[in-house]
Ligand binder design. Structure first.
Ligand SMILES: C[S@@+](CC[C@H](N)C(=O)[O-])C[C@H]1O[C@@H](n2cnc3c(N)ncnc32)[C@H](O)[C@@H]1O
Length: 237
């Protein structure tokens, strides 16, 4: 029965309906490829490159969530990973596929919401660069559970998200609390997280391996880095 709340999914659907649809926002976002968006160039995150080079990450199968035009999935494929990468923007996925064809790389890019995925202990690495901070607070519950289910024991979850003071939320110490998101009916451009909040959300079920601000990278360097983001790496015990 429509609009009857019987289970948790009904509750999530009701909360989602209070906000603008993510697809509506992200679909046109990628139409003009010449816009000066910092993550449009085809360069991987500095932290991902550092973690791959350090040898800490097991090689094998990787999942990228909210992959956009695919820069990190493409990098992981070049490094020998077998990669599944999803985004809800068809425009972004079309661009990502073009990039893979140009480099003759076999990447499984698909246009799908992360909430449609049901992976089971199959990935060595799950990576999210800037997706979680655009999810509504209640959406983190199935999202983190899905990541945990999808990782093999001993697998890693890498994630970047806004540090306080960015994402359109005001001053350097400003972090919107989760209840405020529902009162304001807006995430004001993306949620920022304190270190304490990130640890609270992720330390159960994961172990923290790294949590630091991203290094700033110049435009002429071959990786992406902006200190408005946290760099985080977690391990499934
Ligand atoms: C800030 S962009 C980052 C894109 C890419 N990770 C990068 O760093 O180049 C966030 C991405 O998350 C995607 N996204 C947001 N909600 C999603 C969902 N429910 N399922 C799949 N992708 C989603 C958006 O379409 C967008 O491409």
């Amino acid at each position: 029965m429509e609009k009857t709340i019987k289970n948790v999914q009904d509750l999530y659907d009701m909360l989602d309906a209070e906000f603008r649809s993510a697809k509506q926002f992200w679909e046109p976002f990628y139409e003009d490829r010449d816009r000066p968006i910092p993550f449009f160039p085809n360069k991987p995150d500095e932290n991902l490159v550092a973690h791959v080079n350090s040898g800490i990450l097991p090689r094998g199968k990787a999942l990228e969530l909210g992959c956009g035009p695919g820069r990190n999935a493409i990098y992981l494929t070049r490094q020998g990973y077998k990669v599944d990468a999803y985004d809800l923007s068809e425009t972004a996925i079309a661009w990502a596929k073009e990039r893979a064809v140009e480099e003759q790389l076999d990447v499984n890019f698909e246009c799908k919401s992360v909430f449609e995925l049901t992976p089971q202990e199959e990935y060595d690495l799950v990576y999210d660069s800037g997706c979680l901070h655009h999810l509504l607070p209640h959406q983190r519950i199935p999202y983190i559970q899905m990541i945990h289910n999808g990782l093999k024991p001993g697998g890693y979850f890498g994630m970047t998200c806004f540090v306080p003071g960015f994402g359109g939320q005001g001053g350097p110490e400003s972090v919107m609390d989760d209840w405020e998101v529902y009162r304001e009916k807006s995430m004001k451009g993306g949620l920022a997280f304190t270190e304490e909040k990130l640890r609270y959300l992720l330390e159960d079920p994961f172990e923290c391996v790294e949590l630091r601000p991203m290094k700033a990278m110049d435009q002429d360097e071959d990786c992406f880095g902006l200190p408005i983001l946290w760099v985080t790496l977690w391990r499934k015990p």
